[in-house]
Design a protein around this ligand. Structure first.
Ligand code: HDE
Length: 712
């Protein structure tokens, strides 16, 4: 691809393959992500001049005025002044990790994309996010979660920019500013932060009934995930794929977490907002650090590419509809494991730029009107957020394939392009770069036939059913999940001050389910409306429920209350580690208890940071204990008073949130003092028994039988 006279007329192989001479001025590793790190040990200016002092500005005498001449001072402060960039307008708060995707070789009947070939490994970078909150907002708010994956494939970057909910609020991208303006804080007082529990959100979704399906997912436990590691991911739109032979299919992408789909309770989520606003970010990073690498299987639902682009009366171009797995099973095509945390949050997690249009040969967009708008929006917003058109050169965004694109100049240009002819056709750079026909790996646009019609602003009638699938979702939930949905709608609508907004949403619920509607109306103190039309009776889709299976306990946080170092404590900690759980020793003080490092002191831990608890001792109240009001709740007798109230609170809260509890030896007194018993509460004879009972109960995530309707 290079002209013969490489010295005078090299075509540009810019950032992907820099020219051999002169050497790269940046020392950058071609196509790599770790470039421009600190070099050497000596302090320098940004231009490499060694510096003897960065602690004192240049002044006239030790107490005199500062001199304008102090270039180092001005460089340091000016750079600091510009450290912040605009946050994302949506999905501002995120956490990310690096990993590897390995193909199963199971997709070759549907797509020519080579990264899906058997055993082919592709580096990935995944960013999880909340949608509504600002960059500094809490992780555990009730919201949709973003699940965006950058595959650095050998055929160019593929971004699968999905969510943890398989449907969206709107059917046409032109309404995206409307839903986001409605959901973001009120423009007058700029509250509430990162919440949908306010008038403008419910005003919009109750008027705009195609949002009801996404909204019931938000009101379900899916809106408050236990961990990014325990979420499904969905491409949402239908994509079109094509094989080398030209056979096309319609597909939907699904990520299935190895650890299962699990959630917080609403009370846990609210407490965590104060106790550990970084809970999800910390959980992801801690698990990776501990070697409990999160993993997902990528699967596809495949549909025939028929002219109506529908399946069983579901319009596949409608992003407010899903196709139940029972009707179109998910076919596994690969597996992703996240193995490394980012080195630098800003350089990687903040500067990563995804784009729905980054598609490899063999995968293409469809006419889903939401997807069509997204194809425009992402690069547009990134031009502002990342300060110009060269953000694909940032290390995290660089493809891992050679780049030769004829794009030139602009703010922040990193490449030292050579050659004189960044245009086509040319003869001066030897005709380079040359176009790549599909037969040689070039990406073709799939030549779909589009029926000519009038230019109109309209919605197809096949998009008009807004209530059958929300009803199907409700009918697919277990009793406890339904209780949580009722509680979530009630909480959110009670936060609205406009009665007509509440009434209109309750009228929408009447079109989803009479019992759901009656319970929420009751909570709001209003009459139960009748649905205008008879309700559809869809078959439930059991795959939508989070309950009823058992999953690995890798990386689950199990608190171990220790009162002094004994062999039992060591063996429990070791047994939890061998079960792949994460033991966290909790003791009266920080530091160490014997040989065991203490993760939390009684004064710094709350139950919501744990998945389960094992109590090995009977800690007496510390002389200087300062019991927080509720820590004393339920404690009355002399015996109970002799136990540290913070430990009693820990046990009571774990019990209340249906977490597995076990105790051993003197720890059994603590269970007795709190009156905790029943399913998932083990009074064990030995350390191994306590660990076995805990991990067994954790495999179902919670002790679901323990929930009463008042529990949460
Ligand atoms: Fe996005 N979305 N979106 N979105 N989206 C952005 O791009 C947009 C939609 C999603 O971790 C923005 O670089 C429009 C659906 C994720 O960096 C912006 C529409 C789905 C992320 C944007 C949608 C998503 C974004 C903000 C309606 C799930 C975070 C910053 C047509 C399938 C990516 C940015 C990350 C981010 C626009 C709808 C997922 C403004 C116009 C549907 C996971 O361009």
């Amino acid at each position: 691809m290079q002209p013969d006279d490489a010295t005078s007329r090299r075509s540009t192989d810019d950032i992907g393959t820099p020219p051999p001479a002169p050497p790269s001025p940046t020392g950058a590793e071609p196509g790599g992500r770790d470039t421009l790190q600190q070099q050497g040990e000596r302090l320098t200016t940004a231009h490499g001049t060694p510096l003897p002092d960065t602690d004192h500005s240049l002044k006239v005498g030790p107490r005199g005025p500062t001199l304008l001449q102090d270039h180092h001072l001005r460089e340091k402060i000016t750079h600091f002044d510009h450290e912040r960039i605009p946050e994302r307008v949506v999905h501002a708060r995120g956490a990310a990790a690096h990993g590897v995707f390995t193909g199963y070789g199971a997709a070759s009947d549907f797509t020519r994309a080579t990264f899906l070939e058997k055993d082919r490994e592709t580096p990935v970078f995944v960013r999880f996010s909340t949608v509504l909150g600002s960059r500094g907002s809490a992780d555990t708010v009730r919201d949709t979660r973003g699940f965006a994956t950058k595959f650095y494939t050998d055929e160019g970057t593929f971004d699968l920019v999905g969510n943890n909910i398989p449907v969206f609020f709107i059917q046409d991208g032109i309404k995206f500013p409307d839903i986001i303006h409605a959901a973001k804080p009120h423009p007058d007082r700029e509250i509430p932060q990162a919440q949908s529990a306010h008038d403008t959100f419910w005003d919009f979704v109750s008027l705009h009934t195609e949002a009801q399906h996404h909204t019931i997912w938000n009101m379900s436990d899916r809106g408050i995930p236990r961990s990014y590691r325990m979420m499904e991911g969905f491409g949402v739109h239908t994509f079109r794929t094509r094989t080398a032979e030209g056979h096309t299919s319609l597909v939907k992408f699904h990520w299935k977490p190895t650890l299962g789909v699990h959630s917080l309770t609403w009370e846990e989520a609210q407490l965590l907002g104060g106790i550990d606003p970084d809970f999800h970010r910390r959980d992801l990073a801690d698990a990776i650090d501990a070697g409990a690498f999160p993993s997902w299987e990528l699967g596809i639902q495949v549909f025939r590419d028929t002219p109506d682009q529908s399946f069983e009366d579901i319009d596949l171009l409608d992003p407010t509809k899903l196709v139940p797995e029972e009707l179109a099973p998910i076919q596994p095509i690969g597996r992703m494991v996240l193995t490394a945390n980012p080195t630098n949050y800003f350089a990687e997690t903040e500067q990563v730029a995804f784009h729905v249009g980054h598609l490899p040969p063999g995968i293409d967009a469809t006419d889903d009107p939401l997807m069509q708008t997204r194809l425009f929006s992402y690069v547009d917003t990134q031009l502002t957020r990342l300060g110009g058109p060269n953000f694909s050169q940032l290390p995290i965004n660089r493809p891992r394939t050679p780049v030769n694109d004829m794009l030139r100049d602009g703010f922040g240009q990193q490449a030292v392009h050579s050659g004189v002819a960044p245009y086509r056709p040319n003869s001066l750079d030897g005709g380079c770069p040359v176009q790549v026909p599909p037969a040689d790996g070039g990406r073709e646009d799939i030549p779909v036939t589009v029926e000519a019609g009038p230019k109109i602003r309209a919605v197809p009638t096949s998009f008009s059913d807004h209530f059958t699938q929300p009803r199907q979702f409700w009918l697919s939930m277990s009793a406890v999940e339904q209780q949580h949905i009722v509680a979530a709608y009630s909480f959110e609508l009670l936060k609205c001050s406009d009665r007509t907004v509440q009434e209109r949403q309750v009228a929408c619920l009447a079109r989803i389910d009479p019992s759901l509607c009656a319970q929420v109306a009751d909570a709001l103190g209003m009459p139960v409306p009748d649905p205008d039309d008879p309700l559809a009776e869809p078959d439930p889709s059991p795959a939508l429920s989070q309950l009823g299976d058992r999953w690995p306990v890798d990386g689950r946080r199990v608190g171990v209350v220790v009162d002094g170092d004994d062999e039992e404590a060591q063996s429990v900690v070791a047994a939890l580690s061998s079960a792949q759980a994460t033991p966290l020793v909790i003791a009266a003080h920080g530091g160490r208890v014997g040989r065991l490092p203490v993760a939390h002191a009684f004064s710094s831990v709350r139950s919501v940071e744990l998945d389960a608890l094992i109590v090995l001792g009977r800690p007496a109240p510390a002389a200087d204990a300062d019991p927080v009001g509720d820590a004393k709740a339920g404690v009355g007798s002399r015996d109970e008073d002799a136990i540290d109230p913070r430990v009693l609170l820990l046990v009571q809260e774990c019990y209340r949130h249906a977490k597995p509890l076990a105790a051993l030896g003197a720890g059994i007194d603590v269970l007795d003092a709190t009156g905790c018993e029943g399913p998932g509460v083990a009074r064990a004879d030995s350390g191994p028994d306590a660990v076995a009972a805990t991990t067994d109960a954790l495999a179902s995530h919670r002790v679901w039988d323990r929930f009463s309707s008042s529990a949460n």
